[in-house]
Write a protein that binds this ligand. Structure first.
Ligand code: DC
Length: 223
């Protein structure tokens, strides 16, 4: 890693590949700081929705960024995300916010805004940085780069179970369609598209248990 930053493990991959849960687990086990970059796109999406700005209104979005302050503070399940000093962790995990986040993440100004924040956060301590572009753009020199993936039907099933457990009545088919359209958008966008870093350890979790995935990552952790 460059002299500017410290120790970074970057975990990349498509939506619902299990990046968040595995990153949270490794962070807790090893005492690393956990940075969920997707939650930052979701926080911006939440702000825009609350303030009646459509994801297509790029000029208004660029102006809105000036009024957005995102910070992390320790909570019950690791770090909670705060938008302008309000904890929004429980309000950003739904398909509507995910959809807006995916749309606005294509805008260069939004990416630049968050990239600066992400790089400044990982300058200190030991970090697990998670999200799609963390290995290719945010921290290409990370000490370990992991690309976590799984077949789309398996990812949809896992995400659907999470949403249902959280009280949603969404169908599995709707979740699959949402995942397919986000995959399409995330891989084909011009700005920082989802792709595999040549040095990344690729882990296909389709037929692996959570513990097997964790074990593979822990086995690859550099000193
Ligand atoms: O990982 P997630 O589902 O919480 O991410 C929400 C959206 O944010 C996702 O559709 C794409 C975008 N995102 C991104 O463009 N770059 C990242 N590093 C993380 C997320």
């Amino acid at each position: 890693m460059s002299s500017e930053s410290n120790y970074v493990i970057a975990i990349d991959g498509p939506s619902a590949a299990g990046k968040s849960s595995i990153s949270r687990y490794i962070a807790a086990k090893k005492g690393f700081n956990y940075l969920d970059t997707g939650s930052m796109y979701r926080a911006i999406a939440f702000y825009l929705k609350e303030n009646g700005v459509s994801p297509t209104e790029v000029d208004k979005i660029v102006v809105a960024l000036k009024d957005i302050d995102i910070t992390f503070h320790p909570g019950e399940n690791g770090n909670d995300i705060y938008l302008n000093s309000v904890n929004v962790s429980g309000k950003i995990r739904n398909t509507e916010i995910a959809e807006i986040a995916s749309r606005i993440s294509a805008y260069p100004d939004v990416r630049k805004f968050l990239l600066e924040k992400q790089r400044s956060i990982i300058k200190q301590g030991k970090n697990i940085l998670e999200g799609r572009d963390t290995t290719t753009v945010v921290a290409p020199e990370a000490n370990l780069k992991v690309y976590l993936t799984a077949e789309n039907t398996v990812r949809a099933n896992r995400r659907w179970q999470e949403l249902v457990a959280a009280g949603s009545d969404i169908s599995e088919q709707e979740v699959l369609e949402s995942i397919n359209s986000r995959d399409e958008r995330d891989t084909t966008r011009k700005e920082s598209p989802l792709k595999i870093h040549p040095d990344a350890v690729v882990i296909d979790t389709t037929y692996l248990s959570f513990n097997e995935v964790a074990e593979k990552i822990l086995d690859n952790l550099p000193e």
